[in-house]
Design a protein around this ligand. Structure first.
Ligand SMILES: [Zn+2]
Length: 290
């Protein structure tokens, strides 16, 4: 298990029982050597330090003890980005932020529709017009740059599916529930309001080598490997990495890239963490967008 992940767990353990449950559900949790049981303020101080000074090489301050920080403010960060609706559902309050965190616990408002959707000038796996060709403008411009770099590197990728409205997602989810059952539908497709595609910041990408399919074997192709390596420099992350299913709630999806802006994408990639784990540590200072 990654160091960052362990840190998140230890931090969360200090915060509440829900996190302990999460920890227990991940089998590797109990097998860690030195850090598995470490808790307390020094750990938190280290985390804080590493966030505030991300440019510093890791381990440089290992010998210096930092003063214990004040107790964590009872998850006030969370309060700012979600509100609980009448049905007890957490709805994000920053739907139009490029760093918005959407997952099975954090819903987009059903009526959220980005107001800056455009069709990026990239190759698509299908012809004709479709709303799913769209992305929000900053993501579209970044995708064009990513695809231009791919072309330079002789990597043949195409865009498969981008923006998806709440109602389209609802249709897809209901269809999957009918054909595959609710459990499978929930693991392989997002519940309406919980799809990143509704943000207009996610694009599914594939290659001829897998017949433009959205399949895990795309991750083993040279195109899939190129994408994982190069996406962060253009502001995208592989949102659902392999081995992080218990944290993201979704199976490995090497084809699904999410625009979060360059700073955050690179920070997430450097730490080999998911967006969930990253936000468990800190709310990024940069990356605030219109
Ligand atoms: Zn996707």
């Amino acid at each position: 298990m990654e160091v960052q992940q362990r840190r998140m767990y230890t931090k969360f353990i200090g915060r509440g029982a829900a996190a302990i449950l999460l920890c227990i559900s991940v089998s590797a949790c109990g097998t860690n050597k030195q850090e598995a049981v470490s808790t307390g303020v020094n750990e938190q101080a280290q985390i804080k330090q590493s966030i505030q000074q991300p440019e510093k090489p890791r381990g440089e301050d290992n010998t210096r003890k930092s003063p214990p920080p004040p107790p964590a403010p009872a998850s006030k960060e969370k309060d700012k980005t979600v509100s609980i609706d009448g049905n007890g559902k957490a709805i994000v309050t920053n739907a139009s932020s490029i760093t918005v965190l959407v997952n099975k616990k954090r819903n987009l408002p059903a009526d959220y529709e980005p107001n800056d959707l455009v069709v990026p000038n990239v190759a698509f796996s299908f012809a004709g017009n479709s709303p799913k060709k769209q992305l929000r403008r900053p993501a579209a411009r970044a995708l064009e740059k990513l695809f231009a770099q791919a072309k330079k590197d002789n990597i043949d990728i195409k865009a498969v599916s981008g923006y998806r409205s709440y109602s389209t997602q609802k249709t897809i989810f209901n269809r999957n529930t009918k054909t595959k059952g609710k459990e499978v539908a929930n693991r392989t497709s997002a519940y309406p309001g919980q799809s990143e595609h509704q943000t207009g910041l996610a694009m599914d990408v594939s290659s001829a080598s897998v017949s433009y399919g959205l399949e895990q074997k795309f991750g083993d192709t040279k195109e899939g490997k190129w994408l994982a390596k190069n996406a962060p420099a253009f502001g995208f992350i592989i949102r659902y990495p392999k081995g992080k299913e218990a944290i993201t709630g979704y199976s490995y999806e090497p084809w699904h890239i999410r625009y979060v802006g360059k700073d955050l994408a690179q920070a997430v990639a450097e730490r080999s963490v998911t967006l969930e784990e990253y936000f468990g540590e800190a709310v990024p200072v940069k990356g605030k967008q219109k």
